[in-house]
Design a protein around this ligand. Sequence first.
Ligand SMILES: Nc1ncnc2c1ncn2[C@@H]1O[C@H](COP(=O)(O)OP(=O)(O)O)[C@@H](O)[C@H]1O
Ligand SMILES: [Mg+2]
Length: 234
Amino acid sequence: MLEVSGLHAGYGAIPVLHGISLAIAEGESVGILGHNGMGKSTLLRTLIGALRASAGVVRLAGADITRTEPHQRAKLGMAYVPQGREIFPTLSAMDNLRMGLVKTGERGSQTLEALLDDFPRLKPLLDRPGGSLSGGEQQLLALARALAGKPTLLLLDEPTEGIQPSIIDEIAETLAALRDRMKLTIVLVEQNLEFIAAVSQRVLVIKRGQLGDEIPREHLGDLAIMSQYTGVHG
Ligand SMILES: Nc1ncnc2c1ncn2[C@@H]1O[C@H](COP(=O)(O)OP(=O)(O)O)[C@@H](O)[C@H]1O
Ligand SMILES: [Mg+2]
């Protein structure tokens, strides 16, 4: 589904990603765990095309998309929830959701109604301005917005950042259910060990713009061992 080889990217003359390679199968959910500043957001920005790769190749379902514009990648089935969520604060929650349809050209209220069944907490909030929702509610809204266009590949940047534990669990359950039912492929970058273990089938560690160890499957969920791989706690 997604194949990345030798990916380099950065900001101006400053290199950040130093040859990232990974392959993700259809329906697989892969977590990338790393400290602040290790290049997690830069990786996702490069995968979605918001940032240009200086070298390397990104393939989606076999097609080279390395030079493809972000809106084209959206049409090809890629969706992205940026760090900090980027909800439009003055638009209603419903209009925020509709923005997710605009991107991919999908139409029809049926889609949103069916989608909202997976997000019961959002239903009573749809008329409220996006900015009046709590952080966790905004994250659920950002997730629903990303799913509105029925993507096949979902990129998630630290969805637990600044969010209450009760809603973190709800987001993990929602994601796991959607992954299983929609055969969604997920790339999740995170610092939260429990969340990444709950959502991911495989977890890789990113250090200074390079992918290092894959945490062995039998250690996923063992927070003490996972934190030894990364030095990330919590
Ligand atoms: N817009 C930017 N301009 C210049 N440097 C940046 C920019 N965004 C991030 N960086 C730098 O790139 C490195 C990786 O950042 P980032 O990908 O945001 O890490 P993470 O998401 O893992 O916290 C850091 O050294 C950061 O300071
Ligand atoms: Mg980041």
